[in-house]
Design a protein around this ligand. Structure first.
Ligand code: TEU
Length: 530
């Protein structure tokens, strides 16, 4: 393949380590488990593995509350295990991406323990401490993403500290240069170990308004927060100076050659793309979550693609995501039949795709019994359906007890359908969703028009989503039926004498299309066109 960097031509795969593979029978996934399952990832055909946090943590937010940035939590293994993993990943021809969580630490991190000690502690200014407001309450109206005020009062020193998430996750003060240097050194520590990049947690939160002004009311609030396409200008996130920090982080990665900086950002598209930075000196992949929250219809997706393609700065490389450990599973959001169409969409769009573990076997959102809930977000604001446990259930490997995930009871309930919906079964079925994912990944890799070609929309109506990908000397058309009724595509919109390369039903390869391309309900096809 030509000169594109690996993170542009490759496919990313997110592993939620707690739920991937347990190797020591404690019911929690671990590093050695990931090593054991690397051959699966190689066969699937992905190129880079991103691990959600594996660092020492009290696990109030399952690792997104870090108490030591340069260690490994014993629950997941040892530093030696980690080194073995990095070697194994690299010798399998894959890249290794870690989760960097720089916005906040655990309240048990040594920095915060010192910081809360006294007002004149040298680490005081490493976090965000403010006097009470005029009424003795919180300094302003900022809300925690997990419900309630974002300020917690600390009686011994008479001040509040800010936490955008749990009270156990105090925010670091990124206006303090010492904090920046400390985290950049953390990055260097892992880069030196051979890590190929970072997915940076809530990078858009790092800088807050210097004056801590009240946020304006947001009429779109639902379930305790606004949907991300409706996040209005507010003072607690997305401040102009954040782009300085993103550029600095990028420079740190570049001290080590070809690495990648991925930003987790929930913002409307036009604000999201600012995170590519001036002259593209920011994040290479500001995560584009538009497909996670969209209404699943041909016209809204067509619009999202157009808006995104239109908003990208010149030369910026797009990316797409269907799911992650925070959002309901795609198979449940769009339905089992459409999950196959969604897979074809993800793997034929222009831009780097990131798969969420288990989506390739069609895992659904699992209903968690109230007494089994583990997610602190759900516990904080129960009953409104924000819980994230349902998308974090153990990977379904086979039909043995606990789905081959663990020999003891898993930390979180398993899906009840695992005895048939599992890797071994689906692998044996040539028309399963897993076989579809493999076929799509293979097709994407051997088709330059899909990996790196241009995108152009083709006008269509109703439930039909139609587009063309084209590179020098090669073109393919993708036709996706987002509805349950059959649709026909006339050849004038796709070109004459085309041939089916792949159908989501995996049953019409090489069929030649003359005149009309007929799609069954919930079918997507990729056709080669002259
Ligand atoms: O999530 C950031 C984020 O924006 C959350 O509000 C997310 O939308 C939330 O989980 C509700 O769905 C990141 C991590 O991905 C998440 O797992 C962490 O809990 C959070 O940061 C705090 O570190």
């Amino acid at each position: 393949q030509s000169g594109e960097p690996w993170w542009q031509s490759g496919i990313f795969y997110q592993v939620y380590p707690r739920s991937f593979q347990d190797s020591n029978a404690d019911g929690v996934g671990d590093i050695t488990g990931i090593i054991i399952r690397l051959p699966y990832l190689v066969t699937l055909g992905v190129d880079a593995v991103w691990l959600s946090p594996i660092f020492p943590s009290p696990m109030a937010d399952f690792g997104y509350d870090i108490s030591d940035y340069t260690g490994i939590d014993p629950l997941f293994g040892t530093m030696e295990d980690f080194d073995t993993l990095v070697n194994a990943v690299h010798s399998s021809g894959l890249k290794m991406i870690l989760d960097l969580v720089p916005n906040h630490t655990s309240e048990q991190h040594a920095w915060f323990v010192e910081s809360r000690n006294s007002r004149d502690n040298p680490k005081r200014d490493w976090y965000i401490w403010r006097d009470p407001g005029p009424d003795g309450g919180p300094p302003n109206n900022w809300l925690s993403e997990f419900g309630g005020s974002a300020w917690t009062y600390d009686a011994p020193t008479g001040q509040y500290y800010y936490h955008a998430f749990l009270t156990q996750q105090p925010d670091l003060n990124w206006r303090n240069p010492a904090v920046r240097e400390a985290i950049y050194d953390v990055m260097r520590f892992w880069l030196r170990k051979g890590v190929d990049g970072f997915r940076v947690d809530v990078i858009w939160h790092l800088i807050k308004d210097a004056e801590f002004r009240d946020n304006p009311p947001n009429p779109y609030y639902r379930d305790g927060r606004p949907p991300h396409e409706k996040i209005l200008t507010r003072y607690s996130t997305d401040q102009p100076e954040v782009h300085e920090v993103v550029a600095e982080m990028r420079r740190v990665t570049e001290e080590f050659g070809s690495r990648v900086l991925i930003g987790e950002i929930y913002l409307p598209l036009e604000r999201l793309v600012a995170y590519y930075g001036n002259d593209l000196r920011g994040a290479q992949m500001p995560f584009n979550f538009a497909l996670i929250s969209t209404l699943w219809s041909a016209r809204s997706i067509e619009k999202i693609i157009a808006d995104y393609e239109g908003a990208l700065p010149p030369g910026a490389w797009p990316n797409w995501v269907l799911g992650n450990h925070d959002r309901p599973r795609v198979a449940s959001r769009v339905g089992t039949e459409q999950a196959r169409v969604a897979a074809m969409l993800l793997l034929t769009l222009r831009g780097t795709p990131t798969l969420y573990y288990g989506d390739e076997i069609g895992m659904h959102q699992v209903a968690i019994a109230p007494d089994q809930v583990r997610d602190p977000f759900e516990k904080n604001v129960p009953g409104i359906g924000v819980g994230r446990d349902g998308c974090r259930t153990p990977m379904q490997w086979d039909a043995t007890p606990n789905a081959g995930f663990s020999t003891s009871t898993p930390w979180l309930s398993l899906a009840s359908d695992f005895s048939h919906e599992n890797v071994v079964n689906l692998d044996a079925d040539a028309q399963s969703i897993l076989s579809l994912y493999k076929a799509l990944i293979k097709l994407r890799k051997q088709t330059p028009a899909l990996t790196s070609g241009d995108y152009s929309p083709i006008a269509a109506q109703g439930d039909l989503l139609l587009y063309r990908r084209q590179s020098e000397g090669q073109a393919v058309v993708i036709a996706l039926n987002l509805g349950a009724e059959p649709v026909s595509v006339t050849s004038s919109s796709i070109g004459f004498d085309s041939k089916v390369l792949l159908s989501t039903f995996l049953d019409r390869q090489d069929e030649s299309i003359e005149g009309v391309l007929d799609l069954r309900g919930n079918e997507g096809v990729v056709v080669s066109v002259p």
